[in-house]
Design a protein. Structure first.
Length: 120
């Protein structure tokens, strides 16, 4: 009986781990645009639901707003690069150290950018 409770407790703690690994706060960002040019900046994550986040990137003078959702070890994002622009999206892997590492693209594009966001 004790083993069942221990196994159930372990399963629950492992299931909660990815969502807990993703946390609100400020991240340093490095990445490449789909054309291969590099960029740096910051990303602010604000948890607004059990699995959902509000996102704000600051890349140079540009501020990019978006939303994200964590599922398991994945973090999906949707955002716009500016008023009237085509929607964009990204998919990131949640790393044990809190980093987000992934790719992003604009809908209809034939190339993708890469991005790593590291918690401060």
């Amino acid at each position: 009986m004790t083993r069942i409770f221990l196994a159930a407790g372990l399963a629950l703690s492992l299931a909660a781990a990815p969502a807990q690994a993703q946390r609100s706060g400020t991240y340093d960002v490095t990445g490449t645009n789909p054309d291969g040019t590099a960029y740096t900046g910051t990303l602010v994550l604000e948890q607004i639901g059990l699995l959902s986040f509000r996102l704000q990137w600051t890349i140079g003078p540009d501020v990019i707003e978006g939303v994200g959702m964590v599922s398991g070890l994945s973090f999906a994002t949707a955002f716009s690069l500016g008023q009237g622009s085509t929607p964009s999206m990204g998919v990131y892997e949640l790393r044990p150290n809190g980093q987000l590492v992934g790719q992003w693209t604009t809908i209809g594009a034939f190339a993708a950018g890469t991005e790593t966001a590291t918690p401060r």
